[in-house]
Design a protein around this ligand. Structure first.
Ligand SMILES: [Fe+2]
Ligand SMILES: [Fe+2]
Length: 180
């Protein structure tokens, strides 16, 4: 955030508010995806892994919920949509099979990794505590991505198409949740 401020650019405070808003939305969506997957695969051999990832998403979500309150950020108006869409994405991918569920994780977590990386770069030396929090979560998202790959994501039917569609959806959701 050392670049010159141009008219029409969001202010530093607006930028921070957007970051927290979209991260809160994303972690909420992630927790809903794993909830949807567990609704289908909760008794299967991957249930423990899914529960582990869901628990970490809950910590991420709780952290951003606290930041939303502490910094008086307006949450996205689209939480009801992400509630349903996240759960549905989890259910649909899990219904396609364990490998498709893992492919969903790879697609989502790779998108979030890039998103968090961009935020850390944008923050630069500012907001060190927030930046460290995002980096910690980014590492855990990468752990989830690795779990997905280790558990057969790439053998999912139509892996490339599936992950491309999910990534496009995640990117759209990110762009919308920063503002709305
Ligand atoms: Fe997360
Ligand atoms: Fe994650």
């Amino acid at each position: 955030m050392t670049e010159p401020h141009l008219p029409g650019d969001p202010t530093r405070d607006e930028t921070l508010q957007r970051m927290i808003r979209v991260d809160h939305a994303g972690e909420f969506g992630a927790s809903r995806i794993y909830a949807g997957q567990l609704a289908v695969l909760g008794r299967g051999p991957k249930a423990e892994l899914l529960r582990h990832m869901k628990e970490q998403e809950q910590v991420h979500l709780d952290t951003f919920s606290r930041l939303i309150a502490k910094r008086r950020v307006r949450p996205t108006a689209l939480l009801p949509i992400w509630n349903v869409a996240g759960f549905a994405l989890g259910v649909v991918t899990a219904a396609m099979g364990e490998k498709a569920a893992m492919a969903c994780t790879v697609a989502v977590e790779e998108t979030i990794d890039a998103h968090y990386q961009a935020q850390i770069t944008e923050l630069g030396p500012d907001e060190q505590e927030l930046s460290a929090t995002i980096e910690t979560f980014r590492q855990e998202e990468l752990e989830h991505r690795d779990i997905g790959i280790e558990n057969g994501a790439e053998q999912a039917p139509a892996y490339r198409l599936l992950t491309q569609v999910i990534k496009a959806g995640c990117k759209a959701a990110i762009a919308i949740s920063e503002r709305v």
